[in-house]
Structure formats: C-alpha cells, structure tokens
Write a protein that binds this ligand. Structure first.
Ligand code: ZN
Length: 458
C-alpha cells in the first residue's frame, strides 16, 4: 500500500524530522522587529534549501518587507497549495521563559513530550508537518502524489503588509485547486478539526464632545449634559436583555448554520461551564436562544474594548468633562458587510446625541467573515483522512478569530482554503514558553500524508 509505507517511514524518521525542526527554530525570525531582518532572510534561505532537498523548485522572493518562499513540484494528481509562515512573535518578557526561546529542546511533561521554543507551534512546527509528510512520500515513491505549490510567508505576525500585493502579482502561480493552511488547532487533543468559518472584524474608535471645555460640577452640574453620561447610555443601548445587538438590520446578513454542521457541533459536547469557569465566569453572555458554540463561532458580536473620559487619576476632581471616548469592535459573520454595519452603528450613535454635541471617529478598515464551501469534495476527503489518523472523528469547526489569508485565497484567486492545524489551546503561542506537543508534530505529519493520499485519488 503506497500510504502505509509512507506512514511507517514517518514513524521511523521522526528523530531526524525533529532535528530539522530544531534547526529552523534556532533562527530568531521575529518579523516585527527590524533588528531581526537578517534572521528572517536566513529562515527563508533555510526553507528554500530544505525544499530543494526534496526536489522542489523553490526560491526566495523579495518583497518590500520580509521575503516569501515559493516552491513548485509537479505531480500526477490535483494541484494543491500549502501555506504556512516562518516568522515568529517577539519573545518578551524574556524573564518569563524557563529556557532561552531560540534554543529549542524536547521536554517531558505530565501530558507527554513537547518541543519547547518560540515558533514551535506558531507556525514553524505546523509548517514542517507538511514538509515532512512530503519528504517521506518522495523518499518512498520517488515523486509526490499531487502537484504542489509551497507558499511560506515571513510577515504573518506583523500584519502581512506584503501579502495581498504579492498574491496579486503572482496570482497565476499561486492559483491551485485548493489551498491548505496550517495555522490553526485541534478542537480537543483527540479531535482534529477543519475550520470552515472565520469571523470578520470591524473596529470603531470615537470621541463624543459636549461642552467646549471641562466644567466645574458645582457650577454647571445639573444644567450641563455630561458627555460620559451620553456615551455610556449609547454603549449600554447596544445590547438588549436577551444578549442580542440592537442596531437596526444588524442580523440581516447572518445565516443560520447548516443542519449537518449544527449536528456535528452538538456532537462535540463543548463544555461551556469549564470554558467559562477557566476564566472565572459562569453564564454565557451571548444571545440567549443560541448555543455556546454558536455564540463563539457563528454569531456576530459587539464588544466595548476601552472607555475613557474625565478625571481618572488619584483622588477626586469634580470635573464635568468636555469629552468622552470609547473603542469597540464587532466580530462579523456570514455576509455582514463591514461598511453597512458601520453605517448602522453611526446613525444609531448620532440619533442619540443631544443637540450641540459632536462626534469624531478614528477608524480602521473592516474585514468581512469568511465561510468555506464544504460542498467541495476535498473537504470530506480530508475529514475522513484526518479521522483515520486520530482517536476521534474530525469535525468542521468555526473560529471566533479572523485569519485573513483564507479570505484572500477566495477573493483574490478564487481558491477554496482548508484550514487544518494541530495546535492546542495550551501551546502558549505569542507567550513565553511556547511549545508544540510531539504528538501534534508526529500525528500532524502522518495526517498530511493521509490527506495527500486522499486528495490525489479522484
Ligand atoms: Zn500563526
């Protein structure tokens, strides 16, 4: 069986695969800090050489920021693209690390062996699961089962400024039958996941101005309207008692979850009591008639992220401030249009401003949600392949956060993206002591071999 021998080779070669990952982890490719510019180049060079060693025509492509790595290899089956990123987050506060972040090591923990080091889970370890699966396949069979394009970014942790222009410039090269993105996690340690919906994001940052200067509350209190009172009333009016957002037409473009997905989510037995209990909370705060997983994955939100105004220093100052400000953000789903939501929010705010008050906005561009179309048979093939590897069947899950690259493949190239990853909630990505479970690395690699096998069959 072609697949069995590849899996056996992966098992036998694990020590060498770990050594290669350690080499990559020793390169401090922190993309946001200019002091590590050369290290980002070095990480890209390392990947180019490693891809070449398995017969991939790979090269480093410069951008105005850090370089991309692009590699192609021909094969008999469909054309797959694999995306990962080689840059990592900064390491501070350094004193909270138990070992130097760029001196990776295997470590035994009560829940099994882990690879400790910055980038081990996000995203170098995950990226290498795919490369190692290809290496084993190539070694066993002399060629890969599909045509594959490798696409590695070096600016993911610093906002991906070069990504969209690069994808536009090389659109024909990067267009494939499906894109595989490995930068997400397992649902639980024994349940692999294919993330099929990601929420979008819209931020609003604004200041309400009332009186033309700060006033003394003894002299003006009572007759003068306080901007903090205006602001807090506006913010308090954004949700009703059932947890729903009150903005007109807010839910117009919010779809219902498909029945088969809803059934799967129910089967996951998500324990919201411990999810909330872990952060000292008790009851879900979203729409009362929605399940906790729907509240996180498939329903839109509105949250105040910051609020300030008046005197906040030590002691008391009986001021009636001229201004009050807030920052809030919306997580968007389905077809919700960030621009329409912004309009709806602003007209709500402005209709609640007293006469003579003014408002000023400082805003960034919003991003809509992305939803993968699982009608593409590749999704079900990959889900079965993952289910063969792990103790429990793979699930289609949502993700409360935003992963813009998935939307770019769809919008810029018309390519469906499949988000599959093997990270765990406790990997401490972006934090001190980041780790990747050895079992994630090993079974992740085996999973990709199975997925390659499944996708290459027509
Ligand atoms: Zn990442």
């Amino acid at each position: 069986m072609p697949l069995e021998s590849v899996l056996t080779r992966i098992d036998n070669e694990m020590p060498k695969a770990i050594e290669r990952l350690m080499e990559l982890l020793r390169i401090p490719s922190i993309s946001t800090d200019p002091a590590f510019k050369d290290d980002c180049q070095a990480a890209a060079d390392w990947l180019v050489e490693d891809l070449k060693s398995i017969g991939v025509a790979a090269e480093k492509r410069q951008t105005p920021g850090h370089p991309m790595v692009v590699g192609h290899v021909k094969g008999p089956g469909p054309h797959l693209l694999f995306y990962g990123h080689y840059d990592v987050q900064p390491v501070d506060p350094l004193e909270l690390w138990d070992a130097p972040p760029f001196e990776p090591a295997l470590e035994s923990t009560p829940t099994g062996q882990v690879i400790r080091g910055r980038g081990s889970a996000d995203d170098k370890g995950q990226l290498m699961t795919f490369v190692e699966a290809c290496r084993a396949w190539k070694a066993e069979h002399g060629e890969l089962p599909c045509e594959i394009t490798f696409f590695f970014e070096g600016e993911e942790e610093s906002g991906s400024p070069s990504l969209v222009p690069f994808m536009k410039q090389y659109a024909s090269e990067l267009t494939s039958d499906i894109a595989l993105i490995c930068d997400t996690g397992l649902f639980e340690s024994s349940v692999p996941a294919i993330t099929t919906q990601l929420r979008g994001l819209l931020g609003e940052d604004f200041t309400v101005t009332g009186p033309n200067r700060d006033l003394h509350s003894g002299m003006y209190g009572g007759i003068a309207m306080n901007p903090i009172r205006v602001l807090t009333k506006i913010l308090a009016g954004l949700h009703d008692d059932t947890g729903a957002v009150t903005l007109p037409r807010f839910y117009d473009a919010v779809p219902e979850v498909a029945d088969e997905i809803r059934a799967q989510w129910q089967g996951l037995n998500f324990d919201h009591k411990s999810f909330l209990g872990n952060v000292g909370l008790h009851d879900p705060a979203g729409e009362h008639d929605r399940t906790p997983l729907e509240q996180i994955w498939s329903r839109p939100t509105c949250d105040v992220n910051g609020i300030w105004g008046g005197y906040t220093g030590d002691g008391f100052k009986t001021v009636l401030p001229s201004q009050a400000s807030a920052k809030l953000s919306f997580r968007l789903v389905g077809e919700q249009d960030p621009d329409l939501i912004r309009e709806s929010f602003r007209s709500y705010v402005e209709s609640n401003l007293p006469a003579g008050f003014s408002i000023e906005y400082r805003t960034e561009k919003g991003a809509p949600a992305s939803q993968m179309s699982i009608e593409d048979p590749a999704f079900e093939k990959a889900r079965k392949a993952l289910s063969d590897e792990w103790p429990r069947p793979a699930a289609y899950t949502g993700c409360g956060g935003s992963i813009p690259i998935a939307g770019y493949f769809k919008d810029l190239l018309g390519v469906n993206a499949m988000l599959i990853g093997f990270g765990k909630d406790d990997d401490q990505i972006h934090s001190p002591n980041e780790k990747y479970d050895l079992i994630s690395f090993h079974k992740g690699t085996r999973s990709w071999a199975r997925i390659l096998d499944a996708l290459s069959r027509t």
